[in-house]
Design a protein around this ligand. Structure first.
Ligand code: SF4
Length: 700
């Protein structure tokens, strides 16, 4: 008879953090089922969640450490792999100092893995060069909301959508990317909640919204400032809230004066629509603002977040259920990776590395000296490598060759590295460039915690043995620490890591595995003042130095690379419901894989006609940085002049084309807009994958 067990876990894909049960029969994952009583998913899963089992199946997993040799990779023992890594790290540190090495951790790994990664960097390697993919999704959220509210996270809870009278979705496509939450928004709308969508694309929510403001890409700040101008002119702002809880209103009011008059020319949105949106948002008793990477992935990303904060604060739409400023975090644990201090300027809990008291506390707790200056961002490490000053990188759970902007530049940087260590489940494009590859355990093969987009920390359990010699990330990170002569990471289990982290992280200090097991986790801050966690932030005061929120004037900044005569269309990037990130897990599912072709260019009928392109024709797409071939999907979901591509497909990776011009505050690249030209491929020519294009180029 089969041994059958149902193990409580968390969906490993997006930041909604739906509850799943892994049904295991004789050490084999037999099925995945939603948890009926889960507070967010409420017995539902999207197509990705239902397909979880495919993502971790053992068929093409890396099961032993591998070392690069001329002619390919050689399977080696863990001892040999760790010795090779440590010899390489020691050599680089001896020659060029600790800032010549660094770690890129993973928003898909557990909090415990991420805590271990930043501790290895800081306490063992002696550098703050630690970062992760939040750099290219929500680093402007962390930086922008930290300045205005004192805390860079979703202020409210996911189920607040059912408490709101109005939901404003800007620069986000939740029914594709956060599908269960997107479904909740649709349900709230059907139950009578008003819905405004601000987006260049006609998303599913935009089609059912009361108002869709289809602005030009990169004009968010001009539009928000126009709404603020109208709100203040019409006296729709919340004077009592501003007087009691904010500072800087006079300067803000002065800075947006006249913004409405300039808005239509910049944004392409009619004044009348902006007026209606301003009235609805400001006058609804409870207005909830949700946003995504359509705000953050611009050179003005941090200021875009500040503009949203100005809007919500001016209308008093913060600090109550059904309101708030709510970034929709992409990956399952991107919130947790930020919370754990996998950022070059902060320790766990957003405690600044250059703050004397914080530095002293961590030096004491870890009983070692620590670097006093902020480290390099992930893109800074790439640049440093090209310049020859950054030489050794440990990276896990990230396929940056596929997901980072300007792919050719990233590939060249990683090939230039003296030591590249990659830990992964399967052979990714980045792993193919590594000197040492380590076999990693998936979420189902280890215990740990994830923190979802609404700050909910949830514990999950090991359901399966890891395949071959794969181990949890924190375990191989500890092995590297030992190889470097340090016992800093010698924890007996993941629970001990969590306890150490909680003791040093004020927003997590009231949490333990035992407490998290009750009622599907706790939302931070959870501490002596909030022992049961916090559903809504900033109810009585803000997390700033004086408890008051800051209103900060910000101004429209044009996108870095507008369309021109050589590259006459603007390209933006998007995600699809059926895939996730670089597709390394979702594309293993035949059910998800059959839903879309491996690469699509969405193009408006007007542009398609002008370029003589018909539905599903092969097309070439060219920017100043690269060229790829894919298929056209003609749709008026994108306006004339704008084309859009998902970045899930290694055959046609949009990051061949994207621009790495950066937000000056966070170094966030402008992934949402760059200039391209599109041409129809000759009759009978099918689109070539990027690998074929590279091979053909090399041979020509
Ligand atoms: Fe998983 Fe996100 Fe889908 Fe929920 S909405 S099942 S967390 S991918």
């Amino acid at each position: 008879m089969k041994n059958r067990q149902s193990i409580s876990s968390i969906c490993p894909y997006c930041g909604v953090g739906c509850g799943i049960n892994l049904v295991v029969e004789d050490d084999r994952l037999a099925s995945v089922a939603p948890q009926r009583e889960h507070p967010i998913s409420r017995g539902q899963l999207c197509a990705k969640g239902w397909s979880t089992a495919y993502g971790i199946e053992t068929g093409n997993r890396i099961t032993r450490p591998l070392i690069r040799e001329p002619g390919g990779f050689r399977e080696v023992s863990w001892d040999e792999a760790i010795a090779t890594i440590c010899d390489g790290l020691k050599l680089i540190i001896d020659e060029d100092g600790p800032d010549a090495v660094g770690i890129i951790s993973s928003a898909r790994a557990t909090n415990e893995d991420n805590y271990a990664a930043q501790k290895l960097a800081r306490a063992v390697l002696k550098t703050n060069n630690v970062d992760h993919c939040a750099r290219i999704c929500h680093s402007p959220t962390v930086a922008g909301l930290k300045q205005t509210l004192g805390s860079g996270a979703m202020t409210n809870s996911a189920d607040d959508v059912f408490e709101a009278d109005l939901i404003l979705v800007i620069g986000a496509d939740p029914t594709e990317n956060h599908s269960v939450l997107g479904g909740h928004i649709m349900r709230a709308k059907l139950q009578g909640c008003k819905l405004i969508v601000i987006d260049p694309r006609r998303t599913r929510l935009a089609k059912m919204a009361d108002l869709h403001l289809q602005l030009n890409p990169g004009t968010n700040i001009a539009l928000i400032n126009a709404m603020l101008d109208e709100i203040i002119r019409q006296q729709w702002h919340n004077s009592a809230f501003i007087a009691r809880r904010c500072e800087g209103f006079e300067q803000l009011a002065g800075s947006v004066n006249g913004a409405m008059a300039a808005a239509t020319k910049i944004t392409g949105v009619a004044e009348q629509l902006i007026h209606k949106a301003a009235r609805l948002y400001s006058q609804s008793p409870r207005s909830m603002l949700l946003y995504g990477m359509g705000i953050t992935q611009y050179v003005s990303g941090t200021n875009g977040v500040i503009a949203l904060s100005n809007l919500a604060l001016t209308c008093g739409q913060v600090g109550r259920t059904g309101t708030g400023i709510n970034p929709l975090r992409g990956q399952n644990n991107v919130q947790g990776a930020c919370d754990m201090g996998c950022l070059p300027n902060v320790y766990p809990g957003y405690q600044a590395v250059d703050d004397k008291q914080v530095h002293h506390r961590f030096s004491q707790a870890w009983n070692t000296s620590l670097s006093r200056h902020a480290g390099l961002t992930s893109l800074g490490m790439t640049k440093g490598c090209i310049a020859g000053v950054f030489r050794g990188l440990i990276q896990f759970g990230e396929d940056s060759v596929v997901t980072d902007p300007d792919q050719n530049h990233v590939r060249a940087a990683l090939q230039n590295m003296d030591l590249l260590v990659v830990a992964e489940l399967t052979m990714t494009e980045t792993a193919k460039l590594a000197d040492v590859i380590l076999p990693a355990a998936s979420f189902a093969e280890k215990q740990g915690t994830f923190t979802n987009c609404e700050r909910r920390v949830q514990v999950f359990h090991q359901a399966l043995p890891p395949p071959g010699e794969a181990i949890a990330d924190w375990q191989w990170l500890a092995a590297i620490a030992r190889g470097m002569g340090s016992n800093q990471l010698d924890w007996p289990d993941s629970k001990a890591i969590f306890d150490e982290m909680a003791a040093l992280t004020p927003i997590y200090s009231g949490m333990s595995y035992e407490k998290l097991e009750i009622k599907h986790g706790l939302q931070w801050p959870c501490n002596a003042e909030n022992p049961d966690g916090s559903r809504v932030l900033h109810q009585h005061s803000f997390a700033t130095d004086n408890g008051r929120a800051k209103l900060i004037p910000v101004h429209h900044v044009s996108i870095d690379e507008p369309a021109d005569e050589h590259y006459p269309l603007l390209l933006t990037t998007n995600r699809l419901h059926f895939h996730y990130g670089c597709g390394s897990m979702t594309r293993k599912s035949p059910l998800l894989e059959r839903e879309t072709p491996a690469g699509i260019l969405f193009i408006n009928p007007q542009d398609a006609t002008a370029l003589d392109i018909e539905q599903h024709d092969g097309v070439g797409v060219c920017s100043r940085r690269g060229y790829l071939e894919t298929r056209a999907m003609i749709t008026d979901d994108v306006p004339p002049g704008l084309v859009s591509m998902p970045y899930h497909f290694r055959e046609a990776p949009s990051n061949q084309l994207t621009n790495n011009a950066q937000d000056p505050v966070t170094k966030m690249p402008e992934l949402k807009a760059c200039a391209v030209s599109v041409t129809r491929l000759p009759e009978g020519q099918t689109p070539r994958s990027i690998d074929n294009l590279i091979i053909q180029e090399a041979g020509s």
